[in-house]
Write a protein that binds this ligand. Structure first.
Ligand SMILES: Cc1cc2nc3c(=O)[nH]c(=O)nc-3n(C[C@H](O)[C@H](O)[C@H](O)COP(=O)(O)OP(=O)(O)OC[C@H]3O[C@@H](n4cnc5c(N)ncnc54)[C@H](O)[C@@H]3O)c2cc1C
Length: 323
């Protein structure tokens, strides 16, 4: 193919591998660089709770689904509000999801290099896409600002449970969640960096959660990662960012997979014109980010201050809520 381009993708997370697969199918020569090893690259802390919209992007194999989640209970101090998810959500195995994408990317012709940490901007490529997560080196090398972020912590309790509702408890600057995953129960918190661990420990102690602690009382197996909150895109013609690297994350839930995949689709539609991608993506997400922040503020404000105003049950599109 005469207009085949040589493309570097930094980061073999869900978004990097999805783009590698799709750009290879278009006939481009794609090289993916991942700093982690092939054994543990799919082990990023992430609940991988996604709406069934994931199937519009990736063929999900049944054995990667750990549980089907039809909604979420928000436990305010004086009232519990039930959100009925439309579409329903799937609690997926993160490692299983990345394994599907790695196989797709490789069989479409992408070359994936593990244990290759990129420092600075890779040279010798027509196009460079930073999919290297919330702390993106590509974003830093372009001297772009770090988006606002919160910290996500995750822990597993050995308990079989296939309850089909997730639960959340609002805390200072964020929320705690519980997701039954069949063979185990996941607990997590998304909150400001300094508050996340103390809030989480206090909550787990109050609920008598049977986690295994070290000598200092810290939960063993606790995983953490930052969750960016707000969009950052470069103005370059040949370098861009996608997924967490560009802060494409739902501000209310911290979920970034469907938004990152949606942004990846805009990148594919407009490829190789990164300026068009930046314009179209900003237009698509800016309003949704503002609307999501406002909806989250209103629900949490009312939940704390005037819970009687909130209905007990709300049908809710968790990817693109309607105000
Ligand atoms: C605790 C927690 C729970 C979450 N739960 C959900 C959820 O339920 N649903 C949801 O939709 N989202 C969730 N998220 C958010 C979700 O994990 C991210 O939005 C998503 O993983 C972003 O994918 P990505 O491919 O953009 O980045 P990442 O998954 O972060 O992948 C980036 C990759 O780049 C690699 N990398 C980084 N720097 C370099 C470098 N210099 N050179 C080479 N490689 C590099 C990393 O090793 C990594 O493999 C959660 C996040 C956290 C922290």
């Amino acid at each position: 193919m005469s207009n085949s381009l040589k493309i570097a993708i930094v980061g073999a997370g869900v978004i990097g591998l999805y783009l590698a697969w799709q750009l290879s199918l278009k006939g481009h020569k794609v090289f993916v660089y991942e700093k982690r090893s092939e054994k543990d690259f799919g082990d990023k802390p992430c609940s991988t709770l996604v709406s069934e919209r994931i199937r519009d992007f990736i063929p999900i194999e049944e054995n990667t689904i750990e549980n089907k989640i039809i909604g979420c209970l928000i436990n305010f101090p004086e009232k519990t509000v039930r959100l009925d998810f439309r579409p329903i959500h799937l609690a997926l195995s993160r490692a299983g999801l990345t394994a599907i994408l790695l196989e797709k990317a490789k069989s479409a012709g992408a070359e994936v290099f593990f244990e290759k940490e990129i420092k600075g901007i890779p040279q010798g490529f027509d196009k460079i896409i930073g999919c290297d997560g919330g702390l993106s080196h590509i974003r830093q090398a372009l001297k772009l600002p770090m988006p606002r972020f919160r910290l996500g912590l995750q822990l597993f309790e050995r308990q079989e449970d296939d309850y089909n509702l997730a639960e959340t408890w609002p805390v200072n600057s964020g929320f705690i969640w519980r997701i039954a995953r069949g063979r185990e129960v996941e607990w997590g918190i998304l909150a400001d960096k300094e508050k996340a661990l103390p809030e989480f420990r206090k909550f787990l102690a109050e609920k008598n959660i049977d986690f295994i602690a070290d000598q200092l009382g810290q939960p063993i197996g606790l995983k953490s990662a930052i969750v960016p909150q707000g969009m950052v895109l470069p103005e370059e013609k040949n370098i861009t960012l996608c997924g967490d690297a560009a802060g494409m994350v739902k501000p209310w839930s911290g979920g970034g997979l469907i938004w990152g995949l949606k942004a990846a689709c805009i990148l594919l539609e407009t490829f190789p014109n990164f300026e068009a991608y930046h314009k179209k993506t900003s237009r698509f997400f800016a309003f949704r980010i503002a609307k999501g922040r406002l909806a989250d503020f209103v629900v949490h404000f009312l939940g704390q201050k005037a819970p009687f105003v909130l209905p007990s049950r709300i049908v809710y599109d968790n990817d693109f809520p309607i105000l």
